[in-house]
Design a protein around this ligand. Sequence first.
Ligand SMILES: [Zn+2]
Ligand SMILES: [Zn+2]
Length: 355
Amino acid sequence: MTSMALAATLFGPEDLRMVERPLERLAAGMVRIRFGAGGICGSDMHYFRHARTGDFVVTSPLVLGHEIVGRVVAAGGAHEALVGARVLVPAVLPCGSCDFCRAGRGNACPKQKMPGNDVHGGFATHVTLPAAPLVPLTDVPPSVDPRHLAVVADAVSTAYQAVVRAGLVAGDVAFVVGAGGVGGYVIQIARALGARVVAIDVEASRLALVAAHGAEHGVVVGDRPPKEIRKEVHRLAADWGVPSLRYRVFECSGTPKGQTLAFTLLAPAATMVQAGYCASPVELRFSNLMAFDATVHGTWGCPPEAYPAVLDLIYSGRVALAPFVEHAPLSEVNGILDDMANHRLTRRVVFDPRR
Ligand SMILES: [Zn+2]
Ligand SMILES: [Zn+2]
């Protein structure tokens, strides 16, 4: 029986190595998962560069990886039934029993664990994680590559939860600032739910891709002032006959410029959701919210109970993953991080166990 895992382990800033480490003990409620596929995300890049996750400095070696699909190979305690199952590991693993979890706000659970951040992640031949929040992947249709479902753990489910948070319904207009990782899926999901979608990005190539997947109109930001873009997209919504109370603004760029632009797109009774992250502050006239009777929500991750709805959008072909994903062996993780840092990637990389 295997006793060691080969794991992409972060030792310090820009020091990530594939090393062998002993498998963790299988306590009650935990399962061991054999690596099937793992998506790499912008936050992995952030952890790699700074050896920090969130506000915490990585002081002891940490295995990265929070977008994982794998096969359960062993179970502790009551979860033997999961052995042999293919599962998706949500990027946010709520405790399941606190006030937040009971209120359906598990993605904000103060006791949540994020693999590759709070606990060892899944960029490893094996990972040990709590069984309860895992999402079994049964009935994957032949049209869907199960490896691609790794990106559901963060990119797609985060986008879905952002759309839920916005209260988006058919006939709304979605203004999506940042059409990359999460934004690309916000566009597809908003369209699938019947909204009309305007995509806004700094890169024309990203807009070309999302134009084929739900964005009816694209705006290249360039040097254009936010007020000019506001005028253009508000006029478009007016032409479509949609009042501003049905504007749903999504900030997915995680840049100060994107945040300023998204806030500028607010209008009377409109709603904005902040899905991107950046550490820098921005200056906004916050009183616009008062004057507009507008709403701004934050959004973080996605509660595991929402995953079946996300998978349904993918299984039914309403949300496509393949055009947004490419493959690489996990052993090439450092090369991929280098490509990421130098903006050589146009799609999200999903690692597989090839050596
Ligand atoms: Zn992520
Ligand atoms: Zn909880």
